[in-house]
Design a protein around this ligand. Structure first.
Ligand code: OOG
Ligand code: MG
Length: 259
């Protein structure tokens, strides 16, 4: 299988919300090859008219590394079609087996390229917000090796962003909860994200630049799940509550799968 063929398979699995078999469960592909597959699959989304809007970071917390059994920070590409309006409705037929996790989002007012310092990163941030990511691995049983999850655009599927807040406040250790139907299912802190969420943004700037796609003004960066992810079901209302920044939520609608 070559890179284009795998990209097409993954893109089609995501488009039709149909699971596919793992193709490299032993993790033999190089990370370069895996990111090349990711880039080619996202290229297909752009060719259908989606617009690139940012980057998501993965495995930036211990909770997520432990849950998925992988220890390397990864990243994926976000498009406008993945964003769900705050308080809005996500269509369940668009997902294979969705999970949700609480995140912190950055939006940039300036490009951020290469190896940057924490003050440089912060100076490029327009605002921060509580966010939710819906991850949906295209692989059967949500199981994958490191190259496989990278090729699958780091399970990117959907995200919701809450109210934008002032980044000139201490957001290093904000308490947060993930709630399903009003019940707290997970709790944690933004400190879970590499010790400080800004480190996740710094890593995003470096990794995106290495890929030749440096972070742009106006782009969103999702800093990674601060707690383990939880399965979500049609009919659920899912929300994140973050100390001082507020909350964000969405409904997962019931619906038939399209094939
Ligand atoms: C991979 C994506 C990881 C995060 O925030 O850590 C991720 C996965 O867990 O399926 O989005
Ligand atoms: Mg995530």
């Amino acid at each position: 299988m070559n890179i284009q063929q795998l990209a097409e398979q993954l893109d089609s699995a995501a488009y039709h919300a149909q699971e596919m078999a793992q193709f490299d469960s032993e993790g033999k592909l190089s990370l370069e090859e895996a990111y090349a597959i990711q880039a080619a699959s996202v290229q297909r989304r752009l060719a259908r008219g989606e617009r690139r809007t940012g980057v998501k970071m993965g495995f930036t917390s211990r909770a997520k590394m432990l849950q998925m059994g992988l220890n390397d920070v990864i990243w994926g590409r976000l498009t406008d079609a993945m964003q769900i309006e705050e308080g809005g409705m996500a269509q369940s037929h668009k997902f294979v087996h969705p999970r949700c996790e609480p995140e912190l989002a950055f939006i940039l007012k300036r490009p951020l390229e290469g190896n940057v310092t924490a003050p440089q990163a912060l100076a490029a941030v327009e605002a921060i917000a509580p966010a939710l990511e819906i991850i949906d691995s295209r692989y059967k049983n949500f199981r994958f090796s490191l190259p496989e999850v990278i090729a699958d655009n780091a399970s990117s599927s959907g995200f919701v962003i809450g109210p934008w807040g002032d980044p000139r406040q201490d957001f290093s250790n904000l308490g947060l909860t993930l709630n399903i139907n009003g019940r707290v299912v997970n709790s944690g802190s933004t400190a879970a994200l590499l010790g400080h969420p800004l480190r996740s943004l710094i890593a995003a700037a470096r990794l995106a630049s290495q890929a030749g796609e440096p972070l742009q003004a106006g782009w969103v960066v999702l800093a990674g799940g601060a707690t383990a992810a939880e399965w979500i079901q049609p009919g659920d209302y899912v929300s994140v509550e973050m100390e001082s920044l507020g909350s964000a939520g969405f409904h997962l609608a019931a619906g038939e799968k399209h094939v």
